[in-house]
Design a protein. Sequence first.
Length: 375
Amino acid sequence: MKIAVIGAGIGGLTTAGLLTQTGHEVYVYEQRGNLDQDGAGLGIGSNVLKALKQYKMAYAIEQEGQPLRKIEIRSDLDEFLNSLMMNQDEHKNITIHRKVLHEILKTHVPTDNIYLNHEVKTFKQTADDVRLYFTNGLEEQFDLVIAADGIHSKVRTQLYPKSAPKYAGYTCFRGVVNEKLNIEQDVTLEYWGHKGRFGIVPLKDNELYWFCTMNAKENDLQFKSFEKPHLQAYFNQFPNEVRTVLDAQEETGILHHDMYDLVPLKSFVSNRVVLLGDAAHATTPNMGQGAGQAIEDAVTLVNLINDRDIESALKRYDKLRTKHTKKVILKSRKIGKAAQSSSTLKIKIRNKMLKQKSSKSLSKKVKFLQKAKLK
């Protein structure tokens, strides 16, 4: 089949790479003028690595990742609340720098098949094909169009005009520290406090990335002006590890974004147009599953396309992925609501409940991630 992939992010390049490996004619269209990636680190769960195992790119991703043993949750007073143990089977949970992952994915798509400065204006489809119209005047016809054009997807907007990003109520800063600090290299630390959250996540070669989230109005001017000294002052009463990380952060390279997700859609498919990744089911980062779910989308879609006729494949993809990603969106939203609480009473109750739960009981709440059907 002749297939267009709109968007050259993680979901788009994964899909294009897997389709190319299995013999399809694939063209990737990216609206930006380059493939440079902002971003810090991200998590790739064992569910995702297991899904990828039959494809060539899996080995490189796992080799460049930092294995993770557990996630530890502590209060802003450094009081242990609970921990989530990671699977220790053949498929590890890893962290990886976004830029590194993106570079790996690029190597699996022919350079000549990636078109920059190609922004989709609109599309028209029949039962058997789709015609794309680009803002630069180009028109192209395809057997299938896969829209991986992010949370602000123009394709999704054309299919679902009322579907728009939903503000989560908090803003986020992120960065990468390139020097070795006295912090465990296989443990993610999260500090939950009255003023927000601070996470410290190991990367390969003694690097780490950090994130912090604070309750805020959408486009809050107070936080738009924040730089390193503001963050140091804001988290000055947090544990020593937090202060150490912020002290080591360079003055530049701090990223800032408000957090959004999407109200779960009933369908990701319209005839020969398919939504994938954030374009279909953008979620808050509280479960570390944003990139992973996009990769799972890609694996599931390619598995089905290669095993079934196209109509049956798209119908099955739609059924599997709408159901599963809805759970991820809602569970992540629920975790964020609990973690971002600023009420003294609610925090006291939350922390008490966390301390009373076993690590095993926390693991059970995310066990559904391991049960996603891939075909």
